[in-house]
Design a protein around this ligand. Structure first.
Ligand SMILES: NC(=O)c1ccc[n+]([C@@H]2O[C@H](COP(=O)([O-])OP(=O)(O)OC[C@H]3O[C@@H](n4cnc5c(N)ncnc54)[C@H](OP(=O)(O)O)[C@@H]3O)[C@@H](O)[C@H]2O)c1
Length: 300
């Protein structure tokens, strides 16, 4: 099996020459507790990144507000000079307060500063993909994003960003952005128990646009579901592996970026891409996030 086959197959971001394996890696967990300050074990963080890339991961999600700066600096230490096939996808639109607060940073000047922070800390002349991150802490909120997205489109014109995405957005905001510049990916909160975007995923698939769920394992409050546990026990794998395999099964335009600071979890997550789900098992898992099901449990 090739590395791409091992990692759920490859997906080409629309209108680009960026082809990534569907199982990627989310770097947020590499900073310290509460995604703030340095990690307890920096060498372990470096080892996780190096093993991910050695295993064929060529899509890493990050932001300069993780740490802040820390996660990008660890990525640079671990992987620079970057392999040509590696896509590092970052995001702007937030900053951190002194008490680890997550604060919006969405003025034109703050968005530009965010891009320059990423360039500097990743050590690159241009960023592969930048997502404009808007909305509330966990969910989108309606409202125009045109002015903010235009700031990034301008930086793209200047050659500082190759491709653009949007994060924590509504379907209307995706379309608003697409009228300004091509959108190659959408990154929203979605997992087997949290399925607000079922309709959006299908729409994006029709346009060839990648959908990248954040919190694929439930994020700060890991997924818990008796259905997930039952299926995992039957298949002889872990519930987290089933949750990831379900996402890969859900739609061909879904790219995964599960986050971990642990080599053991990294290996477990990558192996989930080789787990094939039967239609019957997928149906059973579908019931977890269906609004009709009493077992819809994403504990927060
Ligand atoms: N656009 C946005 O607004 C936004 C928001 C949040 C996150 N993100 C991105 O999305 C990525 C993924 O989200 P996330 O990291 O927050 O959440 P996640 O992938 O849903 O879950 C990560 C949590 O699950 C644990 N975990 C990972 N693999 C595991 C396994 N096999 N078994 C048991 N526990 C496991 C991790 O702990 P260990 O470290 O102990 O493994 C961590 O606590 C982030 O890394 C970030 O790049 C984007």
């Amino acid at each position: 099996m090739s590395k791409a086959e091992n990692l759920g197959g490859a997906f080409t971001l629309p209108g680009t020459n960026l082809t990534v394996n569907r199982m990627g890696y989310g770097a947020m967990q590499l900073a310290g507790p509460h995604v703030f300050g340095p990690p307890r074990d920096r060498a372990a963080a470096v080892a996780v990144l190096r093993e991910a890339v050695a295993s064929g991961v060529n899509h890493i999600d990050t932001s300069d507000f993780y740490g802040p700066h820390v996660t990008n600096q660890i990525i640079r230490e671990a992987l620079h000079p970057y392999p040509q096939e590696l896509a590092i996808v970052t995001k702007v639109g937030a900053k951190r307060g002194p008490e680890a607060e997550w604060l919006p940073a969405q003025s034109p000047a703050e968005l530009k500063d965010g891009v320059h922070d990423n360039l500097r800390n990743l050590g690159v002349d241009a960023l592969d993909v930048v997502n404009l991150r808007v909305g509330g802490p966990m969910e989108p909120s309606e409202g125009s994003i045109a002015e903010r997205f235009s700031v990034l489109a301008e930086l793209q014109q200047q050659g500082l960003i190759r491709d653009l995405g949007v994060s924590n957005v509504t379907a209307a905001q995706v379309e608003e952005a697409r009228a300004i510049a091509p959108v190659v990916c959408v990154q929203n909160h979605y997992n087997v128990a949290h399925r607000n975007d079922d309709g959006l995923i299908g729409h994006l698939a029709g346009q060839g646009i990648a959908y990248v769920p954040y919190f694929p394992l439930g994020g700060f409050t890991p997924l818990q579901s008796s259905t997930l546990s039952d299926v995992a026990a039957r298949l002889g794998v872990t519930p987290m592996q089933v949750a990831l395999a379900w996402l890969l099964h859900r739609s061909p335009n879904i790219l995964l970026i599960p986050g971990t600071s642990s080599l053991a979890h990294l290996r477990e997550n990558l192996a989930a891409a080789r787990l094939a789900l039967s239609a019957e098992v997928a149906d059973q898992l579908n019931s977890i996030g269906s609004s009709a099901a009493p077992d819809a449990v994403e504990v927060r």
